[in-house]
Design a protein around this ligand. Sequence first.
Ligand code: CO
Ligand code: CO
Length: 302
Amino acid sequence: MGLTSPDDAAVWRLSDDKAIVITTDFFTPVVDTPYEYGAIAAANSLSDVYAMGGQPFLALNIAALPDQLPTEVSSEIMRGGAEKAREAGVVVAGGHTVKDKEPKFGLVVIGFVDPRNMLSKGGLKVGDVLVLTKPLGAGVTTTALKQERAEEAHVQEAIEWMSRLNKMAGQLATEFNLRGGTDITGFGFLGHGMEMAEASGVLLSIEYEKLPFLSGARGYAEKGIFPGGAFDNKKHFEEHVIFNETLGEPAQMLLFDPQTSGGLLLGVPKEKLTELQARAKELEQPVWVIGEVRVGKGIEVS
Ligand code: CO
Ligand code: CO
């Protein structure tokens, strides 16, 4: 893939039916428990391969850890990452660690994709139905946790979703020959949606009431518990978004909330939707229909 439009991973063609996919991601802890932090960071790193319609097979750890961090903690982070990688069918073959004040962890991931059957941000077509595969609200929930204002049940729910692989979502995309897709991460739903709208030369029409949220998300949003990244995203992307005027500030801000290890946003040709929903059920992969692709540009949220 060229560098002209942003995509989730680097892709290098090896032959007509095989290309290598390479990506990396790492971040500071989003939760208090080292094992879960490692698992979430790994699921997030693997996600960019799934977001291209690829299959990951090999990974390396990248870690930056404080000198005084107990070895039990660092080994729990690595164990969380390695077990998540194993669940994905991926071998962690080594890695590199440096010293740093604040812990950072993630993976370099290598996978394969059939270049004729690849997902990209520019692959949406007018008439496609937009489908999302994880609920939104991870940023507000983990920010509430950092501020010690989060309910335990909300944190557990966020951890479950963040550590969930996008493997089955990626499999759906491959099985149904989808072309337009990305994963929702740091730029939030609207930021990554904008990347797709721009790269595909289309307008995304979103129905707010159909968007899935984590149970605590709306409540934390009402209290104004947003991470700094949500404001950056708003500043960056809001000029391209038209909100229905009935949507209040917290509701709008939630769509700029940066996600950690979020779901895939996929464009599904209308005639494939019913069959895809049935297959998703078989795979125990939730899919939410949240809007559609139209002629125009930017994003409309009604
Ligand atoms: Co991505
Ligand atoms: Co990424």
